[in-house]
Design a protein around this ligand. Structure first.
Ligand SMILES: Cc1cc2nc3c(=O)[nH]c(=O)nc-3n(C[C@H](O)[C@H](O)[C@H](O)COP(=O)(O)OP(=O)(O)OC[C@H]3O[C@@H](n4cnc5c(N)ncnc54)[C@H](O)[C@@H]3O)c2cc1C
Ligand SMILES: *[C@@H]1O[C@H](CO)[C@@H](O)[C@H](O)[C@H]1NC(C)=O
Ligand SMILES: *[C@@H]1O[C@H](CO)[C@@H](O)[C@H](O)[C@H]1NC(C)=O
Length: 477
């Protein structure tokens, strides 16, 4: 479908019969002010901002649609649209002006299913006997204590690291392992909620510097959990509406199912060679390159990072996150299964399962046995290893007698590979000036960066981040 749209710009496409590796000369390049690579929350917003500010832009997107971690599934039985990945836009500054700009409302409310909570050790399949989930009277004051504890650091970390302190004056709170931060501020009763919402995505959240937990579940998220900030969705409930509107707006300025295969980056301008899934090659000459995906070694390879870039980017560690919708006849309607460790009992809330693990499998209300899952892997995991782990976790519950046996096996109605996320470095790297080194990459070799690794993993924060970053990117264009 999208390739049809791409072909509309066929005059811009240089068809090459030769093997792509040999396709070095760009005889008929497309000229743009900015080439944006990656069309997720950050890249899609940036492209609209650039167009609105009078700059020409092409977006190169690996997938067949925009939106990145924001995808959706339509349940054919109920017709219900189900968000996969991003679940809501957390209120932050003026960020809702972006959906408004695209004529997408933010007036809907998140749908919740009231499930019976079951706390299971997924390795044995046994319920974690004696687990005492925090009561609301414990949870909300603890969330408030967390908000109070992280609020002094807001301007250092949101919407990006523009005001991050010098390596020698980084507050100890941001550097200490989250486990110690939880003890220092008595936050235990807040942790299961934070863990279930986003923090488990870090893989080993208790051991990373608190900075990364704040970036995974910071002020906008906690305000939403406390009910003092909005967690908005469109009236339709479907977050993807926004990206559909952006696709419409950008039209032929997006190359879908396409990746950059090689790039030449200089102090004044870049040339990138793009190849589509069907083998069409497009060359783009742009004054600036905006990278809007996670800057992993694999993703950066076609851009041939220089020593300076490699030195910084190779320090970043990631976990992998998988989400989606599954069915299994043994899973019980109106139940939610969450992974917990026996050592958590009764309320030792600094003890959680490490990746690789299946965080939760929750029934989705008003559906015929659909369950939403989140699973977190190490950087070694793949969709295949995680699908196997999910199957094993359900089988373990059956073997332990926690859920009844049945004929069926696990079936995935939707499986989103969110890949490497939750960029983080060690406390020592922070003390050695990692953040300053990261910031110094902006503009190096005409290359700029947006996205969670340079900001925080929330769509709204990324939109505000772009509003600060992009005026610098376009300066002098
Ligand atoms: C399971 C899950 C749930 C989440 N829930 C929420 C939530 O409720 N609210 C919220 O605000 N945030 C949520 N997030 C965080 C989310 O990551 C951010 O909000 C935001 O979507 C990140 O946007 P991004 O543009 O940085 O990255 P992405 O959305 O990952 O976009 C990157 C884009 O680049 C493309 N791409 C990657 N590599 C290449 C390449 N080499 N060439 C070309 N294109 C490439 C990808 O296909 C993708 O479209 C969630 C994340 C996950 C994983
Ligand atoms: C939003 O709606 C207004 C008014 O109907 C229209 O002029 C504008 O083009 C729309 N914008 C987008 C991005 O659809
Ligand atoms: C929590 O669990 C860990 C690991 O099993 C243990 O070392 C610690 O003593 C426990 N703490 C409490 C308060 O029970």
């Amino acid at each position: 479908m999208r390739s049809g749209r791409m072909k509309k710009g066929a005059g811009l496409v240089v068809a090459l019969l030769a093997h792509p590796a040999a396709a070095k000369c760009c005889t008929d390049p497309v000229s743009r002010d900015v080439v944006v690579v990656g069309g997720g929350a950050a890249g899609a917003h940036a492209a609209v901002w650039l167009r609105d500010n009078g700059h020409s832009v092409t977006v190169v997107e690996k997938a067949s649609q925009l939106g990145g971690h924001t995808t959706f599934f339509r349940d054919s039985a109920s017709g219900k649209p189900i968000n996969v990945g991003v679940q809501a836009w957390m209120e932050y500054k003026d960020a809702f002006s972006f959906p408004e700009r695209m004529n997408v409302s933010t007036s809907g409310s998140m749908s919740f299913t009231m499930n019976t909570a079951e706390f299971i050790d997924f390795t044995t399949g046994l319920p974690v006997e004696g687990y005492a989930a925090p009561t609301p009277d414990e949870l909300y004051p603890a969330l408030q204590r967390y908000l109070d504890a992280i609020s002094p650091y807001e301007d250092m970390v949101l919407p990006g690291y523009f005001n991050f302190p010098d390596p020698t004056s980084i507050p100890e709170d941001l550097l200490m392992p989250f486990r110690d931060f939880v003890k220092k501020y008595n936050l235990g009763a807040a942790v299961p909620q934070l863990w279930d919402s986003t923090v488990m995505g870090l893989g080993d959240p208790m051991d990373v510097p608190t900075l990364w937990v704040i970036q995974a579940s910071g002020i906008p998220m906690v305000k939403a959990l406390l009910g003092v900030g909005a967690a908005a969705v469109p009236a339709s409930g479907r977050l993807y509406d926004l990206y559909e509107a952006v696709e419409e707006f950008l039209g032929d300025d997006v190359l879908y199912s396409s990746t950059v295969v090689s790039a030449e980056r200089k102090e004044k301008g870049v040339t990138v060679q793009v190849e589509s899934a069907t083998g069409e090659v497009t060359c783009i000459e742009a004054k600036r390159l905006l990278i809007a995906f996670e800057p992993t070694t694999e993703n950066m390879a076609p851009f041939r990072p220089d020593g300076t870039e490699k030195k910084v980017l190779s320090k970043i560690g990631y976990s992998t996150v998988y989400a989606g919708i599954l069915q299994h006849p043994s899973l019980q309607i109106s139940h939610a299964y969450s992974d917990r460790l026996p050592s958590t009992v009764p309320s030792n809330f600094t003890e959680f399962p490490l990746a690789s693990q299946v965080g939760s499998i929750n029934y989705i209300g008003d559906t015929d046995g659909l369950f939403q899952f989140t699973a977190v892997g190490t950087d070694e995991d793949t969709p295949e290893t995680m699908k196997a782990l999910i199957g094993q976790s359900i089988d373990a519950m059956i073997e332990a007698g926690t859920i009844p046996a049945s004929e069926g096996a696990v079936a995935f109605a939707a499986f989103a590979d969110h890949g490497k996320v939750h960029a983080r470095v060690t406390a020592d790297d922070l003390r050695s000036g990692f953040i300053q080194d990261l910031l110094s990459l902006q503009g190096h070799k005409s290359t700029w960066y947006t996205g969670a690794a340079f900001s925080s993993g929330f769509s709204t924060v990324l939109w505000e981040y772009n509003d600060v970053l992009l005026p610098d990117l376009v300066a002098g264009l």
